[in-house]
Design a protein around this ligand. Structure first.
Ligand code: SF4
Length: 271
């Protein structure tokens, strides 16, 4: 277990940041045994969303040091970790780009993906590579090319109504739900997974609840247009950064999943 890298807990009880470029493996609700790759700063979140539920805390707080991990540092860290695992005959199910923000913002994202795939093939060919993304950088051809090469593209869609999207995901820089859905529909021809966070609570005096019938109906309509291969439903796991947010019980998530099934959409529920 000498290679188990534990995320450093910083800043507050309910938010945390990964303190290295390669972390885990962690047992993920959605990816089994997963080795994480963090391309972002280790002292603050780097993201163009500011989701109310983000476990990394606020997007407006900048820490010290560079915003992005150096390409060589990521590659060397992963090679060292995978080599150590190979020596111990250990393996993981996934190598997952996640970490302290939006991985596709990294200026060398495509090159890093290529090198991670190369290392994976060389040292742990049974593992798959996944990327978690908020889908806001799909206008960049380099990002699309990189996402087309990985085994699993998991893209965020937390709402079907514009107002709810703005309240939950709080995009910086004018991104709209319509723009995100347009690219989700047109870029991968349905060869993508969608992940959706369900929650409710009060934020700045506004009641937010994306489990309401009208909200779920609008979200399903968006999904029918996008046509993903899979929809991953989940709710809060650790304590959220705001204690006014509530976790949605698994039975409610399963009821939403049944509605997806009725429309021919495959889904998984993490409880
Ligand atoms: S997209 Fe992910 S990293 Fe960015 S604010 Fe939302 S939850 Fe946090």
């Amino acid at each position: 277990m000498g290679l188990l890298l534990i995320p450093l807990l910083i800043s507050s009880m309910s938010t945390f940041l990964f303190d290295c470029a390669v972390f885990g493996p962690v047992t993920s609700r959605r990816f089994g045994s997963s080795l994480g790759v963090n391309l972002l700063s280790t002292t603050s979140k780097v993201c163009n969303f500011d989701c109310i539920y983000c476990e990394c805390g606020s997007s407006s707080t900048r820490g010290v040091g560079p915003k992005f991990a150096a390409l060589n540092h990521v590659v060397d860290s992963l090679e060292q970790t995978l080599s150590g695992f190979a020596l111990q005959c250990r393996s993981v199910d996934y190598i997952t780009f996640a970490g302290n923000g939006e991985p596709t913002l990294h200026p060398h994202f495509e090159q890093i993906v290529d090198k991670v795939i190369y290392l994976k093939e060389k040292l742990m060919p049974g593992a798959k590579v996944a990327v978690l993304s908020n889908a806001t950088t799909l206008h960049k051809s380099s990002v699309v090319r990189a996402l087309q090469r990985v085994d699993k593209r998991v893209l965020k869609l937390d709402a079907g109504n514009e107002d709810t999207f703005q309240c939950i995901d709080r995009p910086l820089g004018g991104t709209t739900l319509s723009k995100v859905c347009h690219t989700l529909k047109n870029v991968f021809n349905g060869d993508l997974s969608i992940q959706s966070m369900f929650l409710r609570g009060t934020v700045n005096g506004h009641r937010i609840d994306n489990t309401k019938e009208s909200e779920v109906k609008a979200w399903i309509e968006r999904l029918i247009e996008i046509g993903p291969s899979e929809v991953m439903l989940y709710s809060l796991d650790r304590d959220p950064p705001m204690d006014t947010l509530e976790k949605v019980p698994g039975e409610e998530l399963k009821a939403i999943a049944r509605q997806l099934h009725h429309h021919g959409l495959l889904s998984t529920v993490s409880t």
